[in-house]
Design a protein around this ligand. Sequence first.
Ligand code: ZN
Ligand code: MN
Length: 487
Amino acid sequence: MQEERVKSVLEQYPSYEATVGIEVHVQLKTQSKIFCRCYNRFGDMPNSNVCPICTGQPGVLPMLNKRVIDYAIMLGLATNCFIRRRCDFARKHYMYPDLPKNYQITQSDKPICSDGYIPITTIDGKEKQIRLVRIHIEEDAGKNIHSATGWSFVDLNRAGTPLVEIVSYPDIANAHEAKEYLNHLHTIIRYLGISDANMDEGSFRADVNVSVKQKEAKELGTKIEVKNINSFKFIAQAIDYEIERQIQDIEAGKKISLETRLWDSKKHQTVFMRSKEEAQDYRYFTEPDLPAIEIDDEWLERVNACIPELPHDKFNRFVSDYGLSPYEADILISDQGISRFFEDVVCGCNHAKQASNWILRDLLGYLKEHKVELHQTKLTAQGVAELIIALEKGTINSKVAQEIFVEMIETGTGASAIITSRGLEQISSVDELEKIVRSIIEKNPDIVEKYRSGNERMMAFFVGQAMKETKGKGNPQIIQDLLKKCL
Ligand code: ZN
Ligand code: MN
């Protein structure tokens, strides 16, 4: 399987380079919210999961959910961060209808994790590290719902949902690297099981900062922020669009001004949202209602023990141990369930390349077409292993194998059982096949004539007839050889 070559919009502007930094907010999948006992759940009736704490009533006290710290440490360790042994919370003040306290509890100059990195692959296939400035913990705000009737509503179910904010250095050079970075971060989070990381439901939200400059310029260009883009594809498109827009403005002698823009996915362009010329003063100060968090060796060890094999390590192992191409390994590891299934199949048949082919082509094709997940099907790894062995031994031909594969997905029956019960063994008996071939030749004298007068394409007709006679079970190689002999 081959990957198409990725291009960057920068290829058209060789004297320029771009700098991209990304901030990601991830909702953590805890049972309850970060500072109260309310359910942390998406999709419930508006304002059904609220209490005096998460609605910001005066005089209430927040109580920290310890699981949030566990999850933040997990992510920090998985992204090579330094874990601060003593960190605290801070109030960040601003007024907005979905923030009834008028401040957000977050972390300021003492974030729980800092100075990590995530390895990615560049356009040229080289490994590159995207450094992380920090990962900090904070609470989510509620949600404003603006209706078509002109009324606006506030739903506070989301208020107090635990978040981690992951801030990268501006190490990302183009849209491809941004997509790589987000994909890797997303996969790590899914492997750790700390979030659904679902972009549609807002549990994984990315804001990108894009600036461009002439290659020889020393200082970075003015950065433009593009907010709330809800798919990796759109993020890549927004970055390409911004790079080109900013270069063209600079070429036209215009000044780039600090601003926030939004991606319009219908018009394929970013649109002005607000100016950021005046920096907001959030008046940070240490949260007085929460004690500092002390993380000792034992806590760190306990969390570290819960970290599974990470995607990057699994990728390297799949390439070196199974001889897969980086492209194949990359798709297999992108989903933990699929990668486990792959290894189970290999365990049962010892044919990694075939296992990878069946999964990448037939299984993923089926899942995509029927919009289902692997665990919703009845397919077993043992069944696929049996199929690969039967094919390898020549018990069945590849056309029959495809049918069996679909039947296995839908019924959960193993390949061996399907082959026996439906009598699908390939017919490889030369005597038996020769009888069939001869009778087809007898029945079609006109086509035999065409073939003999040089129309080689008629061979396909005879093979097709023979396969029909054998209900698809004939060994196609033997049939071809027999036809050549008898014609
Ligand atoms: Zn609450
Ligand atoms: Mn934030």
